[in-house]
Design a protein around this ligand. Sequence first.
Ligand code: PLP
Length: 335
Amino acid sequence: MVKADAYGLGVAKVAPALYREGCRDFFVATQAEGVRLGALLPDDARIIILSGVRPGREKECALAGLVPTLVNTAQVQSWASCCRALGIPAPSVLKMDSGMGRLGLSAREVRGLLAQPELLKALNPCMFISHLACADEPAHPLNQQQLSLFSALAAEVRAVLPDIVLSLANSSGIFLGEAYHFDLVRPGAALYGINPEPENPNPLCAVVQLSLPVIQIRHVEKDCTVGYGAAGKMPAGGVMAVARGGYADGLLRAQSNRGSGEVAGVRVPMVGTISMDSTMFDISALPEPQRSEIKEIEVINRNLTVDEVARHAGTIGYEVLTSLGSRYFRRYLKT
Ligand SMILES: *Cc1c(COP(=O)(O)O)cnc(C)c1O
């Protein structure tokens, strides 16, 4: 799963690395993302557009070799007409809504399709997928319901299309067990270090580290307020660092006065509201001379995880990563 610029991490680096590891099926959200990805990968990579194909864009999609996920009957019809007109059996992915309540054909619509061999031939479906709504809550009853419905329809689809690839699980779905795996799994979050099992310790490694450069250190002489709205407070005798990097860089403003950074393993709380380009930290907990000399404050690392940062901001790790700004200097390490 490399949609949204590979969850904010840079698809130009991430997708070729996944290809080198043997991945051949790549999913993105939009056709524009697919076109960009096509230029980054060898021809044997299959690029699947999750939102399907917009009216009028079918031909461009087919000629670019992109595979649309057909998510409703209108897309099914327009894709079939396009492929008939072009005279090419451009492949497609069929998506069923098994309980997510978002995109996808209903079970009835899937069965209707299976009864129309001519239409199926024009669509040339290579994959049948569905998406789980609550996979990160293993005890949620919807998981089992979605699995049952998908399994039933998958068997009917396979009876008509024996070579079709079946796929249900996102990252958290993979951790629900083998029954959810079918032929192909679609991890996104887990590839990028987000915990797929929020109730348990993260079985995966941290992938991202983010450090902000310190641009000023201030020894507070008398009690003062910090930043916009005077929302932060520093006591006399405290030491404060101003780091470059703010909400314009995707440091979620909702973690103002709640989030923290880390310096050599010591937590340093954020103080005041996060500004567009800067964030203030109370670094009083650091010993001298270190605190007068710090050059950087880490705001994501293996202790201060993407998931923890998300909790401080009242959101999920996905949003932390996809918000990562474009002004950062990015370095990719080979592991
Ligand atoms: C985003 C997405 C995924 C990946 O989900 P993660 O939770 O990031 O693993 C899988 N399938 C579909 C249809 C998606 O939209």
